[in-house]
Write a protein that binds this ligand. Structure first.
Ligand code: ADP
Length: 244
């Protein structure tokens, strides 16, 4: 479903991604772990072209973009549609209800029929356990509920791939579980997911594979039981010793 080849990203002189190669199969849930500043968020944002890679290529479901070449806006837009992102800080529109937040993308970006978009938004909010809250505004919702709206909003774009950027990091501890449960359900349904998270229990329980990043490179990749119990690389061991 996803194929990443020799991906580089520089911010000025700072090379944050130093040649990432990775493949993700359809239906896989991949968790990306690694020290702060290792490039995990930048990597995820590059997959959605929220950051434009400096070079390399990414294929998502047969749509390939080669960032070494100049790309038209149309090419970028077509590529961006393949995935949807869930952010750490939800980024909901404060003046819109949960329902309106979820309908917004399909109506403005995808020019969908309003009635249809509303019906789909209702279904998605019900799916994430918020059927009773569709007319509430973000300030009336807990952080966990707001993040579930964020997930419904991303799903409304009908992406092939869901990208999660530390989706529970801003939440009070007692609200983390409800968001992880929604993500767990999505993984069980076969959604292809790439998740940057510090929730090692989620990584152990849900990930098909774990990628360990350090200093802009993927250092090690494997099944959660192998990465957590028998890491091969010294840097992975050191990181896991610090957090476990
Ligand atoms: P992680 O998610 O692993 O903590 P990030 O991808 O957020 O790492 O950041 C990797 C490095 O890139 C950091 O040194 C960070 O300061 C730098 N960085 C991230 N975004 C930008 C940006 N927009 N401009 C300049 N530097 C950035």
């Amino acid at each position: 479903m996803i194929s990443i080849k020799n991906l580089h990203k520089k911010f000025g002189d700072l090379e944050v991604l130093k040649g990432i190669d990775a493949d993700v199969q359809k239906g896989q849930a991949i968790v990306v772990i690694g020290p702060s500043g290792s490039g995990k968020t930048t990597f995820l944002r590059c997959l959605n072209t929220l950051e434009t890679p400096t070079s390399g290529s990414v294929t998502i479901d047969e749509q390939t973009v080669d960032f070494s070449k100049s790309l038209s806006k149309k090419q970028i837009m077509a590529f961006r549609k393949q995935s949807a992102m869930v952010f750490q800080h939800y980024n909901l529109f404060p003046h819109m209800t949960a329902l309106e937040n979820v309908m917004e993308g399909p109506i403005t970006v995808q020019k969908q029929d309003k009635k249809l978009a509303r019906k789909k938004a209702e279904q998605l909010l019900t799916k994430v356990g918020l059927g009773e809250k569709i007319n509430e505004y973000p300030f009336q919702l807990s952080g966990g509920q707001q993040q579930r709206v964020g997930i419904a909003r991303a799903l409304a774009l009908e992406p092939k791939v869901m990208l999660f950027d530390e989706p529970t990091s801003a939440l009070d501890p007692e609200l983390v579980g409800e968001v992880l449960q929604v993500m767990k359900d999505l993984a069980a349904e076969g959604m292809t997911m790439v998740v940057v998270t510090h929730e090692m229990r989620f990584a152990k329980g849900v990930a098909d594979e774990v990628l360990f990043m350090d200093e802009g490179r993927i250092i090690e990749r494997g099944k959660p039981e192998d990465i957590f119990n028998h890491p091969k690389e010294e840097r992975t061991q050191r990181f896991l010793n610090l957090i476990q």
